[in-house]
Ligand binder design. Structure first.
Ligand code: SAM
Ligand code: SF4
Length: 349
């Protein structure tokens, strides 16, 4: 697919849209199968040194009560994942790179590996770090890393981030390169429906994923948050329903473009449509991240308005997901890591 074709698909409606979604579902089934893999998401800290203009937990949002979950709370969530045969966990946080933070994550990785006897796969999503830190965490047991590029267009990148060296597009790219060179399965992604974002940008994002040869992707709708500078532009946004639909089409196009990667059904989809993640599974996604963050912290990890599952405990979350996934015709890959086939294919070459 070239850029022109991708743009046409992203703008498709009616029968053309149906064909795109159906074709993506077929390709998913043929190439990665209809298993859905769980990654228990633990948002272990909302302390962040950055000021991304879209994010509710940005450093300058003084209304947020900052937290650091204790080690024992984090380990309890991991134990829950293990006992419920989730296969993997994702440790996510704001971006901090102090030696204390680096060491803390390092210790947690070792402890999680030990408590699960190596059974739990671990994905990290802790932002930009030095090459040494990425290597250290990899050595200690993390084997996948999520770092969204947010937009592959530097001009747009600087419209949604402050223009300073703490928010450098070049550094973002370099971090993705470091992660790959270290040996991680690398995941990236973008927000869909950002202010100033065009169809051309979105098509270029998909081609960028192909060019840097990613293993995993997480894409979901951009959702405004009152306590952020981008809120000012809310009047220029597509409707939430349009952002939702465009996210589904992005997922479908990506499945056609990169058939063997893992694609996550982003939580933000569920903030717009209660069955949003299941709809994404039906058009090409194959990974879902049930929230295992201790309930007491969830309301302080509000990246955007209407973030779902704020007061649902993990058990409830699991039961409701299970039923929905089965209804959507998919099967849950219990106890499996569900690694990216693309990673296996690219590293055996
Ligand atoms: N701090 C790490 C980072 O930025 O990579 C990980 C946590 S960060 C909260 C995870 C993702 O949340 C970001 O990559 C971003 O795409 C998404 N996010 C933040 N604000 C959002 C918003 N308003 N709407 C949708 N997604 C948002
Ligand atoms: Fe911090 Fe990540 Fe939010 Fe940016 S997106 S402000 S780095 S938590």
């Amino acid at each position: 697919m070239d850029k022109k074709e991708i743009i046409e698909l992203l703008q498709s409606t009616g029968r053309e849209r149906e064909i795109l979604l159906k074709r993506a579902a077929e390709v998913k089934k043929q190439v990665v199968g209809n298993k859905v893999y769980f990654r228990g998401l633990v948002e272990f800290s909302n302390v962040c040194s950055k000021d991304c203009l879209y994010c509710g937990i940005r450093k300058s949002n003084k209304k947020v009560v900052r937290y650091n979950a204790t080690d024992s709370e984090i380990l309890d969530s991991c134990r829950f994942a293990l006992e419920n045969r989730f296969g993997s966990v994702v440790l996510q946080s704001g971006e901090v790179s102090s030696p204390v933070f680096v060491k803390r994550v390092d210790n947690l990785l070792k402890t999680i590996k030990k408590l699960s006897d190596g059974e739990l796969g671990i994905t990290l999503s802790c932002g930009e770090q030095s090459r040494e830190t990425y290597a250290r965490w990899f050595e200690s047991g993390a084997h996948r890393y999520l770092l969204r590029i947010e937009s592959s267009n530097p001009e747009l990148y600087y419209k949604i981030h402050p223009k300073n060296k703490n928010h450098s597009f070049e550094r973002r790219l370099e971090s993705l390169r470091f992660l790959k060179e270290t040996g991680y399965q690398v995941g990236t992604g973008v927000m869909v429906g950002l202010p100033f974002q065009t169809y051309d940008d979105l098509a270029n994002d998909l081609l960028f994923f192909k060019e840097i040869d990613i293993d995993m992707c997480g894409m979901g709708p951009y959702i405004e948050h009152e306590g952020t500078p981008l809120y000012e532009f809310r009047g220029s946004l597509k409707t939430k329903a349009e952002r939702f639909d465009l996210s589904l089409k992005m997922i479908a196009c990506l499945r056609l473009l990169m058939p063997d990667i893992n694609i996550a059904a982003a939580t933000a989809l569920q903030a717009i449509d209660p069955a949003g993640r299941e709809k994404a599974l039906a058009v090409g996604a194959n990974v879902i991240m049930p929230n295992l963050t201790p309930c007491i912290y969830r309301k302080e990890y509000q990246l955007y308005e209407g973030k779902p599952c704020l007061d649902e405990d993990a058990e409830l979350c699991r039961n409701c997901l299970e039923a929905r996934i089965e209804i959507s015709g998919n099967e849950i890959g219990y106890g499996e890591w569900g690694d990216s086939k693309h990673f296996a294919n690219r590293t055996k070459k």
